[in-house]
Design a protein around this ligand. Structure first.
Ligand code: PLP
Length: 456
């Protein structure tokens, strides 16, 4: 306890030139608070006071302030092999996307200003023009995310009215998004048709006869029903909707514009083919298979989109300029026919097994430990359930795999790996080639750290 007498006072620390520097950097209030925290810590653990010097206190103080003042959102290396990892920010943005942010966000822009007229413009026009060109649609609107898109469509078009939806499509997406609950929020009345496994055209017709004012289709993006099942063909439903003069709205979820079967995975319905079949509105996420920023994209008939645009909820759901700028950059890649080479999601899907194997071997050679293994990468992000594509892994056997994973997460930048059959495995497919040197270094450090702990 005597050591506690050596703990300096807040005031005496503030008189130190090194601490004045910290006050300059972080401000008086923040620095004093950090000093109190450091001193409290010392008081509560006398063993720390044994080798106490003013300098060592200042070092701790500086580290504390540096860590408090740094971003808590930071880059991580995704070694999980899940391409659209919802916890790791879903789709990574293309180079073109962040160049566009760099150029535009620090400056003023014509986001909502019509340069030819010199008066107020419309922020949605930029993405809308590109989506019209890309998809040949009458109109388009962008909101913050696809959950918002569904909410806006239902609120603006069918509040207080019945909406026919198959019992097989009352889906839940991760993060608490459930179609029946979103419907309730919007004020639309859920009109369930069919059975969980089988729904027929006549079920929809009966609902429309009973006054349903919309057919809503929700793509089962994150699960599969198989066995004794039935769903009417899309074109039959579209004919039915026309006959009753009600809109058919398709919540497509993943929003693939490219044919995913070209990458060795199952074919997702594309936005283009749903539009070509005649759906009145289609909505989808910007950060799933499109490979862009978090956003909800609604495309289709001009008359319907105009009603969405006028609805007060659009004001609450409208996207920020960061979204509109990055989405424009991503759409431009599609327009230029360069999506598969420029968008990280498609770059990762395109990586060859040979390239992945060579990369894995090189990592193992540098580490001098671990083993090469075949594995499977998955799409994630609630897209293409059960679909995976072959990949190469580097695997490490250790008595406590959780410890190695934890140590990997403590590296700068943190590496997120997974445990498989009691081994720690890292999938090379989701690691950007430019991150390989730091990935290898972090692995090396983490392996040394757990070995030291083990030996202690
Ligand atoms: C993912 C998904 C949503 C929600 O989209 P967010 O962009 O995450 O809000 C809605 N409907 C379907 C069918 C989905 O797959």
């Amino acid at each position: 306890m005597t050591a506690q007498r050596h703990i300096p006072s807040v005031d005496s620390l503030l008189k130190q030139p090194a601490v004045s520097e910290l006050v300059n950097l972080y401000g008086h209030v923040w620095t004093v608070e950090a000093i109190r925290q450091v001193l409290d810590q010392l008081r509560s653990s006398p063993e720390l006071c044994q080798s106490l010097t003013t300098d060592s206190i200042i070092v701790t103080l500086r580290q504390k302030l540096e860590s408090q003042a740094s971003f808590s959102i930071k880059p991580v290396i995704n070694a999980t092999g899940v391409l659209l990892h919802t916890n790791l920010g879903r789709a990574p943005l293309s180079e073109a996307g962040f160049e566009a942010i760099g150029n535009l966000v620090g400056a003023y822009s014509n986001l909502e200003f019509d340069l030819s007229k010199g008066s107020r413009g419309n922020r949605s026009i930029h993405a809308t023009q590109m989506l019209k060109q890309l998809l040949g649609v009458e109109s388009a609107l962008v909101v913050n995310n696809n959950a918002g898109a569904v909410l806006l469509i239902l609120s603006a078009l069918v509040k207080g009215k019945k909406v026919a939806i198959s019992r097989s499509q009352l889906i839940e997406i991760g993060g608490g998004f459930r179609i029946p609950e979103v419907m309730r929020q919007s004020g639309a009345k859920l009109y369930e048709v069919g059975a969980t496994n089988r729904t027929h055209l006549s079920d929809y017709a009966a609902a429309l006869d009973d006054g349903a004012q919309m057919i809503l289709l929700a793509h089962p993006s994150n699960f599969k029903i198989s066995g004794f099942t039935a769903q009417p063909e899309l074109h039959e439903l579209i004919d039915l909707a026309r006959q009753y003069e009600v809109p058919l709205v398709y919540d497509l979820g993943s929003g693939a514009l490219l044919d995913t079967s070209a990458y060795g995975i199952a074919r997702e319905p594309t936005v283009q083919e749903i539009l070509a079949a005649g759906a009145d509105l289609v909505c989808f996420s910007g950060d799933k298979l499109l490979g862009g920023p978090q956003s909800g994209i609604i495309v289709g008939r001009q008359t319907l989109i105009a009603r969405l645009n006028r609805h007060p909820l659009y004001r609450a759901l409208r996207p920020d300029k960061l979204i509109l700028i990055t989405l424009s950059a991503v759409l431009l890649s599609y327009l230029r026919g360069k999506a598969d080479s420029e968008i990280p999601l498609y770059q990762m899907l395109s990586r060859s097994l040979d390239e992945l194997k060579q990369t894995a071997q090189e990592v193992l050679r540098q580490l001098g430990q671990g083993e090469l293994q075949e594995g499977q990468s998955t799409i994630g992000g609630g897209s293409l359930p059960e679909e995976s594509l072959p990949t190469w892994l580097v695997a490490f056997s250790t008595p406590l795999p959780e410890k190695l994973c934890k140590s990997l997460r403590e590296q700068q930048p943190p590496v997120i790996a997974r445990i498989q059959k009691n081994q720690v495995v890292c999938d090379l497919r989701t690691i950007r080639p430019k991150d390989l040197p730091v990935f290898t270094k972090s692995l090396e450090k983490a392996l040394i750290a757990i070995k030291e702990k083990h030996e202690k």
